[in-house]
Design a protein around this ligand. Structure first.
Ligand code: S3P
Length: 194
């Protein structure tokens, strides 16, 4: 088995998609991309501002356009927003030439990891835990259905998760070969090199 063109991370807020994605990209010799951060860079505004001014619907339109654009990339690890699975038209975009990984995390971990966050509009209310529970009930079946690999992250360090993922994605590729793939990666405007 050879490495997939893209690795796409899905899962709820607080699952560790960005942290694990960045480390996994390094390990595979791939570029790391984060769809939310690119949306913010392109828009020149942060996600709370986009939700405020354009509503969740406006944000979802931008998200679908971004997933469409990023579905053409190669040698990339893409971290997606927790709601990326909500639009059925996104599913084919997420799966295109990709191994999809669901970073599965307990509600308790999600609450803990998002506790102090002010950048997630859906959680700025009196009952963020209730919101996370309701979102999980709707989205967990979608993440599971889309994923080639379901990886539990509770009580695991990001390093351990990455090691287990590398083994699941391609157990046979030695490290020196993965390193070589760093050369020849294309640049996506509005992103930084990993
Ligand atoms: C959202 C998750 C966020 C971001 C937006 C909406 C969601 O991304 O896309 O606030 O609907 O779950 P993270 O999962 O990276 O926090």
């Amino acid at each position: 088995m050879s490495l997939p063109e893209r690795v796409v991370l899905v899962g709820p807020m607080g699952a560790g998609k960005s942290t694990i994605g960045r480390m996994l990209a390094k390990e595979l010799g791939y570029r790391f991309l984060d769809s939310d951060r690119i949306i913010e860079e392109r828009c020149g505004a942060n996600i709370p501002w986009i939700f405020d001014v354009e509503g969740e619907d406006g944000f979802r339109q931008r998200e679908t356009a971004m997933l469409d654009e990023l579905s053409e990339t190669q040698s990339t690890v893409l971290a997606t927003g927790g709601g990326a699975v909500m639009r059925p038209e996104n599913h084919a975009l997420l799966r295109k030439n990709a191994v999809v990984i669901y970073l599965k995390t307990s509600i308790e971990q999600q609450v803990e990891r998002t506790r102090k966050d002010r950048n997630r509009p859906l959680l700025q209310n009196d009952d963020p835990e209730g919101v996370l529970r309701r979102l999980f009930a709707v989205r967990d079946p979608l993440y599971t259905k889309l994923a080639d690999i379901v990886m539990f992250t509770d009580r695991k360090s990001p390093r351990l998760v990455v090691r287990q993922l590398v083994n699941r994605i391609n157990p046979k590729t030695p490290r020196h070969k993965r390193q070589r793939r760093k050369e020849g990666r294309q640049h996506v405007p509005g992103t930084q090199r990993a």
